[in-house]
Design a protein around this ligand. Structure first.
Ligand SMILES: CC(C)(COP(=O)(O)OP(=O)(O)OC[C@H]1O[C@@H](n2cnc3c(N)ncnc32)[C@H](O)[C@@H]1OP(=O)(O)O)[C@@H](O)C(=O)NCCC(=O)NCCS
Length: 191
């Protein structure tokens, strides 16, 4: 059994330790981190998975950014502890957080990552969306949470300035009182 919880500020050191374990040294030098500096994450979508012993096995985070002046969710980082990779936890974090993002009214999501992994969730290569260099444009991926949400949205990816809550086109609060939920381990054999 796993417990899925929103990340709180008290959890941050533990999540950072998991990210240090899962990513190469120097991860915070990546250009995507410059878009996050000094900007609050989208807290209800930053989720953690703990096992039955309370150990942190996976985490996903989201930040608000702008493309062409339009609000976009920047997904990442997402990480699963090396001892449990390949068991479906990454997929669970992806699907659950994207469902919640749609429930909150977010319309479009982007990330920088491997298309062979992310295409299973519906991501495709974004054309004309420019991450700060150095970023391989083939790794700039997006998904629509509302039909046509990426149509006509292009240009440089920019940091969200000011109160991100005021800028979302359809922002709704997350379902009230959403705390931790217990979930069964994913049935990875089912694909
Ligand atoms: C990427 C990551 C989050 C996936 O989590 P996970 O729990 O291992 O993923 P799942 O169990 O849901 O899916 C496993 C499948 O994804 C595939 N996969 C994992 N990473 C992949 C990648 N970079 N490219 C292509 N496929 C990948 C696995 O081969 C496996 O394929 P299968 O279903 O055909 O066996 C995890 O492997 C991880 O933390 N990696 C290190 C950090 C990282 O690279 N994060 C992503 C960049 S932001």
């Amino acid at each position: 059994m796993y417990e899925l919880c929103p990340e709180t500020p008290a959890d941050t050191p533990e999540v950072e330790a998991l990210l240090d374990l899962c990513f190469a040294p120097g991860r915070t030098a990546l250009s995507s981190y410059r878009l996050r500096d000094g900007v609050a994450p989208v807290r209800p979508l930053c989720l953690m998975l703990r096992n039955e012993f309370g150990a942190l096995m996976g985490a996903i985070r989201y930040w608000p950014v702008r493309v062409g002046g339009r609000p976009v969710l920047l997904l990442g980082p997402v990480a699963v502890h090396p001892t449990t990779q390949g068991e479906g936890l990454g997929g669970l974090l992806m699907r659950e957080s994207l469902t919640r993002a749609a429930e909150m009214g977010w319309r479009r999501v982007m990330l920088v990552g491997d298309l062979p992994y992310y295409r299973r969730f519906g991501f495709w290569k974004l054309e004309g969306v420019e991450m700060p260099p150095p970023t391989n444009p083939d790794r700039v991926l997006g998904i629509e949470l509302a039909p046509g949400a990426w149509q006509g949205v292009a240009g440089p990816v920019e940091r969200e300035a000011g109160d991100s809550a005021s800028g979302n086109e359809m922002r709704r609060d997350p379902p009230a009182g959403r705390g931790c939920t217990e979930i069964e381990p994913p049935d990875h054999s089912a694909g």
